[in-house]
Design a protein around this ligand. Sequence first.
Ligand code: SF4
Length: 718
Amino acid sequence: MPAATATHCPYCALQCAMTLDPASAAAVEQGFPEVAGRDFPTSRGGMCRKGWTSAELLASPSRLTAPLLRGADGAFREVSWDAALDRMAGEFRAARDRYGADGVGVFGGGSLTNEKAYQLGKFARIALRTSRIDYNGRFCMSSAAAAANRSLGLDRGLPFPVTDLDDARTVLLLGTNPAETMPPFVQHLEHAREHGGLVVVDPRRSATARMADDGGGVHLQPTPGTDLVLLLGLAHVVVHDGLADRDYLERRTTGLDALLPVLNAWWPERVEQVTGVPAARLRRAAHLLARDRRGTYVLTGRGVEQHVDGTDTATAAINLALLLGLPGVPGSGCGTLTGQGNGQGGREHGQKADQLPGYRSITDPAAREHVAAVWGVDPAELPGAGVPAVELLTTLGADHGVRCLWVNGSNVVIGAPDSGAVARGLQALDFLVVCDFFFSETAEYADLVLPVLQWAEEEGTMTSLEGRVLRRRRAVAPPPGARDELWIMAELARRLDAPGTFSTEPEEVFEELRRASAGGKADYSGISWAALDAGEACYWPWPAGAAGGTPRAFLDRFGHPDGRAVLVPVRPRAAGRAVDPSPRPNRRERLHAPGSLTLITGRYLEQYQSGNQTRRVPSLHEARPGAVLEIHPATAAALGIRDGAAVELTSPRGRVLAPARLSTDIRPDTVFLPFHFAGDQTANRLVSAAAVDPVSSMPEFKAGAVTVRALDPEETAR
Ligand code: SF4
């Protein structure tokens, strides 16, 4: 093994490049590998605090190192791998016999390597024969993915390299805060900022919004949940001020005639009434976007996507980009910023309830035939589409729900909406298996906990936010008691007499993934392990036999059969109250509960996802030990809340306790809470699982209704 290993950060989808040196003097002294930044186009040697401190977890004393089985007394005891896997296979069989194949479920994650994600989907379909598989990426990327598929015929988060943004003059950032969530990305926005071209849409004056406010552009601060209307207003100005690219629309799109009547109804003054964004500011933003189309980009993030109308909102963003003639033209474009490390690859290779590898539909007979042939099974044996994550989790233990669940690479007790109900569902299961490297909050409900490998202990591939496939490399040996999930699946498949083969070698699994993806939308068949090893820039789709991959998608044609993009007429779904007339449970609660506020959940720079990793890094924990409620001073004064005071947030689903931080960065009708924390700080306890996007099944993480009150000193002491 070479002294220093070239790999990538374990956390977000920017996948900053790093080297890990376990033998340097510093490494020997500190007891874990030395991390160094590595030159790479997207990160250019940079990393955020999470990346720089990531290797500390390789020496964490809380690492799981042996299978843990819960005994009749409720206590966990270490058991051998043979005993653990025998028990797991036995429970799978028993549940299948008792409830049918769909009595067993699998819940994956967007941080798993491509090989694990692929193998997990295959394992579920042919070893367990269950349709019940989905993953936590459903909570991140599903609305953006649905919109891109609908409008452009292909879902690749960024259909162009991140470095294309270096020459941008105008960038519209909708509901994304990269200055906090992926700081090295911000260097690619500098050119646009220097030209006053950052247009940031966020109800909070986030770190990214401040970059716009400080002379770099325009910050639009709409009422949460009104982004769709805001986008209709921007598109209205583009059309009515003669800023649309008529030639592009004629050549490359369909649907303009159906879209125009929708846009006509959203003139800026009407949009102002709904969103609170001044009409003049909206017009200024629209003209900024149109000033130099070849340098303009439209980017969305979870802030506008994690809503019950998230797919329509992401669609409206694409419509705006199409009206301006941006997608599929060098030097401009639109896309979404993927969050989880392998959020892109994780949704391409079969973890989703309705998908087979290569971004194929599980209901398409030709797709089933192709994948079944690669797997060595009869297509008729493959189950149909399962149910999306929220439905899978809210029916745990119920009559027709999953009774025996395997959670792999996800901490649903922190990350899922209505997390209290999820915890109760886990308790209702006959058997729960959790694979993780640390004892997560979800593991607390498990019957069996299996220790698996961390990123620097494994080989594999990841697909970054720009659709580039990257090599993850082993830099250190894993603890003796931990095992690779590929090995776990192979052992279970053998015990379950599963058809097909389950390799334990990542390179072999990647070779099979290539074949399974061949001809699909996410075609990896031309990408070789050797090319990845050599550091070649491998962007999908790269069909076998093609000279190279596709750094920039859509240059010649979009993904629909006619090669054109579709302008989809999206509109707020019902008449009546302008902001939100629809009968969505959490919004109805807000409308009817006097004094309630809109809750936005989000991230801290120092924490990642459910925090199961980053909360264990001492310097990150010290910097962000818990959730702090951000609240406007005027709202706080009305509620008798002082800066630093303990407060209680409640929704019909639960309560959360946090200290308050008074800030004029947030709107008076809105509060912000990070979602990384456990116990009585779990923000997702408050979030509804009943309010989901009808197209993507994305829960509404960004517009819940809560009431907030100050706790008196006695309550705080209890
Ligand atoms: S968390 Fe994201 S931004 Fe930070 S170092 Fe890792 S990949 Fe880069």
